[in-house]
Design a protein around this ligand. Sequence first.
Ligand SMILES: Cc1cc2nc3c(=O)[nH]c(=O)nc-3n(C[C@H](O)[C@H](O)[C@H](O)COP(=O)(O)OP(=O)(O)OC[C@H]3O[C@@H](n4cnc5c(N)ncnc54)[C@H](O)[C@@H]3O)c2cc1C
Length: 398
Amino acid sequence: MNTRVQLLIIGGGCAGLSLASKIAQSSTPLKSLVIEPRVCYQDDRTWCFWKGQGSGHDYLPLTEWTTLELAQGRSRVLANFAEQPYQMLRSTDFYTEKVDAISQSEDVELRLGTTALSSRRIDGGLWLTETSEGGIVSDFVIDTRPAQSVSSTPPVLWQAFVGYELESQTDSFDPSTAQLMKFLETGSKEIEFLYVLPTTRRRALVELTVISPDRPSFEDLAQRLERQLKEKFGDQRPNVIRREQGAIPMGIDDALGFARSSEPSDSSYVHVGVAAGSARPSSGYTFCRIQRWATACANSLQAGGKPIGPLADTSLVKFMDSVFLKVLRRHPQLAPELFMGMFRKVPSRRLLRFLGDSPTLMDAMFLVAALPKLPFLREVIRPTKETSRMSSEATCLP
Ligand SMILES: Cc1cc2nc3c(=O)[nH]c(=O)nc-3n(C[C@H](O)[C@H](O)[C@H](O)COP(=O)(O)OP(=O)(O)OC[C@H]3O[C@@H](n4cnc5c(N)ncnc54)[C@H](O)[C@@H]3O)c2cc1C
């Protein structure tokens, strides 16, 4: 016997739970079901964003930093974000709160240990989704699975990382400052940096991140991280108490330029999430974008409309991100100069509007003034076809 609901959400991760909890808390909830293969939630990631960028989770425990550091060799920039600190949300706090909100509703159900296998149209314009635990018939499907929703066109760049939460026996970290990017010398077509979020003098999340056209394996990244830790701590390496990893596609480019992420979807089956274009192309930041999408999608459904896909960026953001990514891909060696220049020269409020997806034209001009002119000019005037070719040369997911 098939289960019948109005809305099926495939995947109870960030996007799926965010939407489901909003529906659960609304005055007239849609009969909804979230299916998720996990049987329990673990502390598998941390989400960072700047205060005031619409995370919508100020009521949960957040760790904050007002000083951010970017460094390469002896050169370093300390950027002050006293008004809008950089904040970190632990996934356990997020999952617990969402699961709890959903459990309070009679109309929304989270079914763990359930894997979606396939979906097809059936009579009456409905969808039948076969799962490991039986069939589900629904009016709408929101699919947040990473693999299925990935675009056939490879991204311009991958941002891949492995991070360890470390606990040391001695004071080893400075919790007053988060290290956003400590660039490492690679001498290759990759951008490689350490990302360090110290929560106490003895505890920090240390991540090794690579931005590259080809996606490195997590094993490779873990080995590189180990080498960095060995260099810093020698035989006194702090204990690893948790590991996290991820690979975020930056700029799902094609001949139309970010068509996938900007296309408004009005169908009854929509793809959402990182691989469907929810991540900000130039930075990979996704959490606040997913929250804005979840609010818009819940409102649309509430008003009797259809589900909506990832929200489109403004033309200005699309243009700037597209040029920025092309420059990064063609000139990875410029990355330290680019990022450090941005954080050194652009006033923080303007920079945060850019990072928060809502720059004004004046913000864009400040940014342009802080960046090296020639490579950007070249990418602005380079024909689009050449960029598509560049993108299709990129290696696909294994
Ligand atoms: C370790 C890590 C750290 C990150 N840090 C940040 C950050 O600091 N700031 C930021 O803005 N973004 C960050 N991101 C990016 C982004 O915010 C997260 O990846 C976020 O979790 C994306 O949400 P999502 O719903 O698209 O994917 P997920 O949260 O991964 O959810 C997808 C869900 O689909 C489920 N699923 C898979 N297959 C099936 C199936 N067959 N049937 C049913 N369900 C299925 C999965 O189990 C999963 O729960 C990070 C990503 C990672 C991986």
